[in-house]
Design a protein around this ligand. Structure first.
Ligand code: GCU
Ligand code: CA
Length: 483
């Protein structure tokens, strides 16, 4: 597997999809990551691993109590300022503030750890602290009865990091802040300084056709956090066939949230990213218009630094039509480089494809990906919400009109050709059936909330859950690119 480009010469901080970075040439030392589940760290609560997306082997689920603390022991070569990145998830609905204590002295009281939307959605809070040479204790102590958020790790980078370069002329507006770079298609490394020296902020990031990069992060006045991620610029920017709109040529970045604050933004061509291509249908694609989100639009929030999601999914495509359309499989294939992943999910539109034809289409894709040195991955299709007698129907489980059990064909093809299979059908079946017919409605589009009822396409929430299941599957298969 190819080396991820940012590891050399750059300091990494924070986790999936988002890092705080020290660009090459600043002479900064590397970042050290201290996992909350590993001694000498301590956790007033339990080490758990039931919410995907953590790094290492688990996270600290602190007791829901005032004073519940997580403590790290951090070694510093020299005395001075350090940048702390605390990776956490808060699936509750309220801020879970904590006091930061450095060597038992109050560092930053009542630091906010805002909700991240789900326990599987991890983000990084960046703070600075003054350390002495040698070992230092860094403790977060909950100040409210809800306790701490779940804490994944602490990353420590000596120095305060490069200062924010200021908001560039490519950005306009204040809420949202919209930035446009007239660049050619390709992959770009984007560094954003979020926050403001003057006032508090709450800022989210998305790019191109509603691709999510970062859930809203809160910054206190005077706190600026750096985030870096890689964006795939295509034209059209959404679906490759232009369904739903072709978007704006170039790279578009939107900072939204309750109070967007941006103190700097730079872009540069990404030399050697690990690409995760998506060869899929409308449940995955970059849907240009609300209310439809594809899970591929949420996947960018989960990938590691230096990994880029290139979403070639397109509405209405079957295994055969995707293979044959020059804008789809052939376009994707020509861009594959050694080690890149190609996630292949079909079924929804293979309503009358025979088992033999389905296997043959998938085999052709697998062989062509391998010809290019890429790594094919089969993803069985997520279930439709069609119940009968408390259970999902055959149609829901993608047994099609020709009698082909499409997920079963993918599983057996995967073992025959030694292709990793992410069984999203089984994972989504378990999720939907455990929630039941009524409870699972929120995963899909509902007229009352989204203006349209659709038991095939997902709500924002449901697409997020599908992305989580795909990430879980990637981790189970030991695939690269996921934090
Ligand atoms: C849930 C969640 C835990 C979390 C807890 C909390 O139980 O599964 O991971 O720590 O809520 O609210 O603190
Ligand atoms: Ca907890």
């Amino acid at each position: 597997m190819r080396l991820k480009p940012f590891i050399l010469g750059m300091g990494l901080l924070a986790g999936a999809g988002v890092i705080v970075v020290v660009t090459a040439g600043t002479g900064s030392a590397a970042v050290t990551r201290y996992e909350a589940e590993s001694a000498p760290a301590t956790c007033a609560g339990a080490i758990e691993s039931n919410h995907a997306g953590y790094s290492g082997t688990g996270f600290c689920n602190g007791d829901n109590a005032v004073g519940a603390a997580v403590q790290f022991t951090v070694s510093a070569a020299t005395a001075g300022t350090a940048t702390l990145g605390i990776r956490y998830a808060n699936g509750g609905t309220a801020n879970r503030p904590a006091d930061l204590l450095v060597n038992d002295a109050a560092g930053q009281p009542a630091t906010a750890f805002d909700p991240t939307g789900a326990w599987t959605t991890w983000t990084t809070k960046t703070l600075t602290a003054t350390l002495h040479a040698g070992n230092n204790t860094i403790r977060l102590t909950a100040t409210t009865a809800a306790g701490l958020p779940n804490i994944d790790y602490l990353a420590v980078e000596p120095g305060a990091g490069p200062s924010a370069p200021g908001r560039p002329p490519e950005c306009t507006g204040s809420s949202p802040i919209v930035c446009h770079y007239g660049v050619a298609p390709g992959n770009y490394t984007v560094t954003a300084w979020i926050g403001d020296s003057a006032g508090a902020g709450n800022t989210s990031m998305s790019v191109e056709a509603r691709r999510r990069i970062l859930p809203a992060v809160s910054t206190a006045a005077g706190t600026i956090t750096r985030h870096q991620f890689t964006v795939n610029v295509r034209q059209p920017e959404g679906q490759p066939t232009g369904q739903g709109g072709t978007g704006n040529p170039g790279l578009d970045i939107t900072f939204a949230g309750a109070a967007p604050r941006l103190s700097g933004l730079t872009i540069q061509q990404a030399a050697n990213p690990l690409a995760v291509y998506l060869a899929c249908d409308s449940t995955v694609c970059d849907q240009p218009a609300a209310p439809y989100p594809g899970w591929g639009q949420i996947l960018p929030t989960h990938v590691t630094p230096g990994t880029v999601v290139a979403n070639y999914a397109d509405s209405g495509e079957s295994s055969g039509s995707f293979l044959g359309n020059a804008a789809l499989f052939p376009a994707l294939k020509s861009r594959i480089r050694a080690g890149d992943l190609v996630l292949i999910q079909f079924g929804h539109n293979d309503k009358s494809t025979t088992a033999a034809a389905f296997r043959s289409n998938l085999t052709s894709m697998i062989n062509q990906v391998r010809e290019r040195g890429g790594v094919p991955v089969l993803v069985t299709p997520p279930v439709r919400r069609l119940f009968s007698g408390g259970q999902l129907t055959g149609t829901a489980l993608h047994v099609n009109g020709a009698g082909a059990n499409l997920p079963a064909e993918m599983r057996s093809l995967g073992s025959a050709l030694n292709v990793p299979v992410i069984d999203l059908t089984a994972k989504s079946e378990a999720l939907v059936e455990s929630l039941g017919e009524a409870g699972s409605a929120a995963l899909y589009l509902r007229a009352s909330v989204d203006g349209v009822t659709d038991n095939t396409h997902f709500s924002e929430y449901g697409a997020g859950r599908m992305a989580d299941l795909v990430v879980q599957g990637m981790r189970e298969r030991n695939l690269p690119g996921i934090g």
